[in-house]
Design a protein around this ligand. Structure first.
Ligand SMILES: [Zn+2]
Length: 368
């Protein structure tokens, strides 16, 4: 059995080779023309926001401010068989043909560069490696530090910076090869996981709990009434949130919806599609570092209660480099055993002390 609170980061630098460049000419020509039209209509020059600097920023912060006890392991590439559990054969053929090219897969801002296909295979495979380590008991929890992200990728389509659906590939692998029966996926990225929802829409053995900013915010899916179909009815749980929602609302959603849902589903593995774009620096929502810490602690408690602490975080979005790197470090420290202070308490003790300090002046005035 792993040491208490042992946490391992899975990272493979091949994921840095995904470098979409919107100035390069793209395949196919008609997609290039459509994308050029969209880009030229923008008022400011467009830079691909999902870039390798995101992971470099996280790695630098972890070097500057190490999390005590954190272990690192490298990743691996997913096989075609592993990817084929959630993507169609024709989609995989199409993506594999783009190896070594610059191409635009979708007007929905998903491009590839010569190194992208391998980076995407490694992102999915590294997520599998993290799940294997947790199931084998080599570490209690794990964090797959990967890109391109995955939760918008559908069975037949790349979308929203995502090529392969990393968390879905790992959940399917856990069920097919690692003896897991029921997998819970929690997604707190600001954007709805349209891809993950599609893949497990009719599957009663994979539960998706997704809290996100509501439509028409990208990708526009994830309404309250979308609960899955057939045998999978009830194992898709969407919690759409208005702009600016913050810690108290998020923690209430976890307490009132996620905890009872997990207690009834009884997963034997919990995967977390973790995005840091609910932080105010990414301008959509208002979840603080303390909020991320509290949600992490609640997930850790759920994993302890239901599945021998087996908990794996997989990086999705988060584009402001400061809140992204600080957010990842916050999650890792809580996983490793640090305190998760209740949001909104910072400074309260100081205010109480200041009030006690100033009070005699007001009392003196009253008396005078
Ligand atoms: Zn996002």
């Amino acid at each position: 059995m792993a040491d208490t609170n042992q946490v391992t980061v899975f990272y493979d630098e091949r994921v840095l080779a995904h470098k979409p460049d919107s100035d390069a000419p793209f395949l196919p020509g008609r997609m290039d023309r459509r994308v050029r039209e969209l880009l030229s209509a923008l008022k400011v020059p467009w830079v691909y926001p999902e870039h390798a600097g995101r992971l470099t920023a996280i790695r630098q912060l972890l070097e500057l401010e190490p999390v005590p006890g954190l272990l690192f392991e490298s990743g691996k590439a997913a096989t075609r068989e592993q990817l084929g559990r959630v993507h169609t054969s024709s989609y995989l053929d199409h993506v594999f043909e783009l190896r070594g090219h610059n191409a635009w897969l979708d007007v929905d801002t998903t491009a590839v560069s010569p190194g992208s296909v391998e980076a995407a295979e490694v992102a999915a495979g590294t997520t599998i490696a993290a799940v294997e380590a947790v199931i084998e008991g080599r570490t209690q929890s794990a964090f797959a530090l990967v890109r391109p992200p995955g939760h918008h990728a559908e069975p037949v389509r790349a979308r929203g910076f995502c090529l392969f659906n990393n968390v879905a590939v790992a959940a399917a692998h856990a069920r097919a090869k690692l003896g897991c029966e029921r997998v819970l996926i929690v997604d707190w990225d600001a954007h709805h996981a349209n891809g993950t929802q599609d893949i497990f829409w009719a599957d009663p053995d994979v539960m998706l709990f997704d809290i996100h900013r509501s439509s028409p915010f990208y990708p526009g899916t994830g309404n309250l009434e979308d609960v899955g179909v057939g045998l999978g009815e009830g194992t898709t749980i969407n919690v759409p949130m208005p702009a600016g929602s913050g810690d108290r609302a998020y923690l209430k959603a976890f307490e009132d919806i996620l905890i009872p849902a997990t207690d009834s589903f009884k997963p034997d593995l919990i995967l977390v599609s973790v995005g840091f774009d609910p932080h105010p620096f990414d301008l959509a929502l208002n979840v603080s570092y303390e909020g991320f810490a509290s949600m992490t602690r609640m997930l850790q408690d759920l994993a302890k209660k239901h599945c021998d602490s087996r908990l794996v975080f997989v990086l999705e979005g988060g584009y402001h480099l400061l809140s992204l790197s600080r957010g990842v470090r916050t999650v890792l420290s809580v996983l490793a055993g640090a305190e998760a202070p209740e949001p909104g308490l910072t400074g309260l003790a100081e205010v109480e002390a200041a009030a006690a300090f100033h009070r005699p002046a007001f009392s003196a005035q009253e008396q005078g």
